[in-house]
Ligand binder design. Structure first.
Ligand code: FMN
Length: 216
C-alpha cells in the first residue's frame, strides 16, 4: 500500500491555511470534488451512526443570501464550492436502526444478529454520558468530518476555509432546515486561493509542540 511521505504530509498541512480570498474564476475539477465528497462519506463517527447531512450549495442566489448571513465573508460566493455541515438535533432508536439496517445490507449480517449491539447503542444514546446533550455529541462527529474534508482537500492541493462566522438560525431558514431533524453547525468554502490573499504567506501562529503535547 503506497503511503505519502512524512515530508509530503507536513508540506501540505503547512500549505493549508484558512483561505480568506478565493479565485472566483477557478473551479475544482469534478474528479477531485467527487473525492472530497467521499472524504465526507468516509468520515468516522461514534458507533458509526453518521449523524449528519452535508449540503453542497451551488445556487448563486442562495450563496448570495448565505454570504449576507455570514458577516459578509467573501468566501461564501467566491469559492468554487460551498459546503454547509449539518447535524442531527437529536438521536433516536430509529437512527440506530437505520444504521444497523445499513450494516446488515453492506456486511450481509442478518439483522437479528445485531440485536445485542443494538441494545448497547440504544442504551448509550438514551442513558449514557452523552444522553443529556445529543445535539452536542452529534456536532462533535460533524466536526470530525469537517477536519477530514479539509485535510483531504489539503492533500489534493485544494484550499478551504472552515466557517463558524455564520448565523446558524438564518442558515436553517434559508436552507429549509427549520422543523427538520438537521441543524446547521458550520460551513466550509473550498476552491483555489486568490493570488492577492496575503494570509497565504503569514507564518502559522501555533503554540510550541512541547506546550501542546505532553508525554506520560
Ligand atoms: C471551526 C472553525 C471555524 C472557523 N470560522 C472561520 C470563519 O468564519 N472565517 C474565517 O475566515 N476563518 C475561520 N476559521 C479559521 C481560523 O481562524 C483559522 O483556522 C485559525 O486562525 C488558524 O489559522 P490557519 O487555519 O490559517 O492555519 C475557522 C476555523 C475553524 C476550525
Amino acid at each position: 500500500m503506497p503511503t505519502l511521505s512524512a515530508t509530503d504530509v507536513l508540506t501540505q498541512l503547512n500549505w493549508r491555511y484558512a483561505t480568506k480570498r478565493f479565485d472566483a474564476t477557478r473551479t475544482i475539477p469534478a474528479e477531485q470534488w467527487a473525492a472530497l465528497e467521499q472524504a465526507l462519506v468516509l468520515a468516522p463517527s461514534s458507533f458509526g451512526l453518521q449523524p449528519w447531512k452535508f449540503l453542497v450549495v451551488t445556487t448563486p442566489a442562495l450563496r448570495q443570501q448565505l454570504r449576507a448571513q455570514s458577516w459578509g465573508q467573501t468566501q461564501v460566493t467566491e469559492a468554487s464550492h460551498y459546503l454547509v455541515l449539518t447535524g442531527l438535533r437529536t438521536t433516536t432508536a430509529d437512527d440506530v436502526d437505520r444504521y444497523l439496517q445499513r450494516q446488515s445490507e453492506v456486511q450481509g449480517v442478518p439483522i437479528e444478529k445485531l440485536s445485542g449491539y443494538r441494545k448497547v447503542v440504544v442504551d448509550f444514546v438514551q442513558k449514557g454520558w452523552a444522553a443529556g446533550d445529543l445535539a452536542g455529541w452529534n456536532a462533535r462527529q460533524v466536526y470530525i468530518a469537517l477536519g477530514q474534508f479539509m485535510t483531504a482537500a489539503a492533500m489534493l492541493g485544494i484550499d478551504t476555509c472552515p466557517m463558524e462566522g455564520i448565523d446558524k438560525d438564518a442558515y436553517d431558514r434559508t436552507l429549509g432546515l427549520d422543523g427538520s431533524r438537521y441543524a446547521t453547525l458550520c460551513a466550509c468554502a473550498a476552491g483555489f486561493r486568490a493570488a492577492e490573499d496575503k494570509h497565504a504567506t503569514a507564518p502559522k501562529v501555533r503554540f510550541p509542540l512541547d506546550q501542546v503535547i505532553e508525554r506520560r
